[in-house]
Unconditional design. Structure first.
Ligand code: ATP
Ligand code: MG
Length: 389
C-alpha cells in the first residue's frame, strides 16, 4: 500500500499541512525541532491509533489551540491498497469543552465512524527510530511491546484478547490480595484462572507464531547487514512457571492448558505475593548475538544492527499477514548507519511500495537524495516540496 495524500491540522507543531506523497522513496529534510518526527508519528498514529511516543491525547494537539473552544487535531490520509482504496480520518480531541463532548480519539474509515479497535491496521506501517535499540537492550516490556504493536496491526482478535487479559488480570490481582487478607476464598480463583488462561492462550499462540516468522527473518537480515559476520537469535520465553522450553508450534487450546497448569503450580506463591506471577504479561524474548545475550554483551553498533533487523522482520511479518506492503517510516536511522549497511537497508526497502525517510543531515544521505522520488523540506511545521538536489 502507499499513501498518496496526507492532511494535518492543529497537530503537534503543525497548523495546517497538505501533502501529496509519491510511491517509492520520500525524503524529508529539516533542521532539528522542525517537525520531522512529528510527521512520521502522525502516519504511525493513523496506523496504530497509538502514539509512538509516550503521550497523552492532549500532547498531540497543537499547544496554541489547546485552550480554545475547539481543541481538536485532525489527521487524514488517502491510501491505495490491494484490498481497495482507503480514506482514513482521525480527530483527536485534546480537552472536553463541555460535558456532552468527551476528550479522546474519533476515527472514520471511508467516511464511516469506527471504534478505534476496528480501525487499527487499516493502514499498516513500520516505524524505525533511534530508540529501537531499547527493543534489544531494554527491559522485557520493550520486547512485549514490539510483539504487541506488530500483531495488533493485523489481528483484531489479538487486540481484543489483550484488552480482555488486562481486565481479567486486574480483577484477579485484587482477588489475590483479598484472599491473602482472608477476605475471600481461594476457590474463587478457579473462574478467573479460566478467564485469564483463555485470553492468555490467544496471546501466547499469536506471539509464538509471530516470533517464529520474525526470528528467521531477523536472523537473515542481521546476516545480510553484517556480511555474514554476526548471528542473531531470538527465542520466545513465555512466562509459564518452569515450562521455559518452547517446543514445536502448538494451538491456542494447548497454550491455554499450559497456562492453567502454570497457574495451578504457582497458586500458593501467588496468594503470598498478592499478584499474578505467570502469563503473557511477564513474557520475554531472549535476544542473542553470536550466542551471547545482546543486552549485556553486544557492542552498541551490534545492538543497533540487531534492532534494525527486528524492524525489518516486522515489515516482512506485516507483509505476509496482509498480503500488502506496510508503509516504511525511517526516522533519523539512516544517518547513523555506515554506507554499506545503509545500502543494504535501502535495497530491501526497494521491494516495498512506499518509504518515508527523515534526516537533519542530507549530506550524509546523498544516495537517498538521488534515489528519492519525492523530496521535501520541513521547516517550523510547514512542508514544501523541492525538485532537484
Ligand atoms: P530532530 O531533528 O531534533 O529529531 P524533528 O524535526 O524531528 O527534530 P520533532 O520531534 O518533530 O522535531 O518536533 C518539532 C517540535 O514540535 C518541537 O520543538 C516540539 O516542541 C514541538 N511540539 C511537540 N508537540 C507539540 C504540541 N502539542 N504543540 C506545539 N508544538 C509541539
Ligand atoms: Mg526527530
Amino acid at each position: 500500500m502507499f499513501i498518496f495524500n496526507l492532511e494535518i491540522a492543529n497537530y503537534r507543531n503543525y497548523g495546517r499541512a497538505s501533502l501529496k506523497l509519491d510511491r517509492g522513496l520520500n525524503l524529508f529534510v529539516g533542521e532539528n525541532a522542525q517537525g520531522k518526527s512529528n510527521l512520521l508519528e502522525a502516519v504511525y498514529l493513523l496506523s496504530t491509533l497509538r502514539s509512538s511516543r509516550a503521550s497523552t491525547d492532549a500532547d498531540l494537539v497543537r499547544r496554541d489551540i489547546l485552550n480554545s473552544e475547539f481543541p481538536v487535531a485532525r489527521l487524514a490520509c488517502e491510501v491505495e491498497r490491494s484490498a481497495g482504496n482507503l480514506e482514513l480520518e482521525l480527530a483527536i480531541v485534546g480537552r472536553s469543552t463541555d460535558a456532552s463532548h468527551r476528550a479522546g480519539k474519533r476515527v472514520r474509515v471511508n467516511g464511516v465512524a469506527k471504534r478505534a479497535s476496528d480501525a487499527v491496521g487499516q493502514l499498516a506501517a513500520v516505524l524505525f527510530t533511534t530508540l529501537d535499540i531499547e527493543v534489544v537492550a531494554g527491559p522485557p516490556m520493550m520486547r512485549r511491546r514490539y510483539l504487541d504493536m506488530m500483531i495488533s496491526q493485523v489481528d483484531r482478535g489479538y487486540l481484543r484478547a489483550m484488552q480482555k487479559y488486562a481486565r481479567v488480570l486486574q480483577q484477579r490481582n485484587s482477588l489475590l490480595k483479598r484472599i491473602q487478607a482472608r477476605e475471600a476464598s481461594a476457590t474463587e480463583l478457579n473462574f478467573w484462572d479460566q478467564e485469564l488462561a483463555h485470553a492468555g492462550g490467544i496471546i501466547l499462540q499469536a506471539r509464538a507464531d509471530a516470533l517464529g516468522h520474525c526470528a528467521l527473518q531477523a536472523a537473515m537480515q542481521m546476516e545480510r547487514l553484517s556480511d555474514g559476520m554476526e548471528e542473531l537469535t531470538l527465542t520466545y520465553r513465555p512466562a509459564l512457571a518452569n515450562q521455559t522450553e518452547f517446543d514445536a508450534p502448538i494451538d491456542e487450546t494447548e497454550w491455554t492448558a499450559r497456562m492453567l497448569r502454570a497457574l495451578a503450580a504457582v497458586r500458593s506463591k501467588e496468594i503470598g505475593a498478592g499478584s499474578t506471577l505467570v502469563g503473557p504479561h511477564r513474557d520475554d524474548v531472549v535476544v542473542e548475538i553470536d550466542s551471547l545475550p545482546a543486552d549485556s554483551f553486544a557492542s552498541r553498533a551490534q545492538q543497533r544492527t540487531a534492532a534494525l533487523s527486528l524492524r525489518l522482520a516486522e515489515a516482512s511479518y506485516l507483509r505476509r499477514a496482509l498480503g500488502d506492503d506496510p508503509i516504511i517510516l525511517l526516522d533519523d536511522v539512516l544517518s547513523e548507519l555506515d554506507a554499506r549497511r545503509r545500502r543494504g537497508v535501502l535495497e530491501y526497502f526497494d521491494t516495498f511500495q512506499q518509504t518515508l525517510v527523515t534526516t537533519a543531515d542530507p549530506d550524509r544521505l546523498r544516495e537517498v537524495m538521488t534515489r528519492a522520488s519525492g523530496r521535501f523540506v520541513v521547516n517550523a511545521g510547514t512542508i514544501t516540496r523541492f525538485e532537484g538536489e
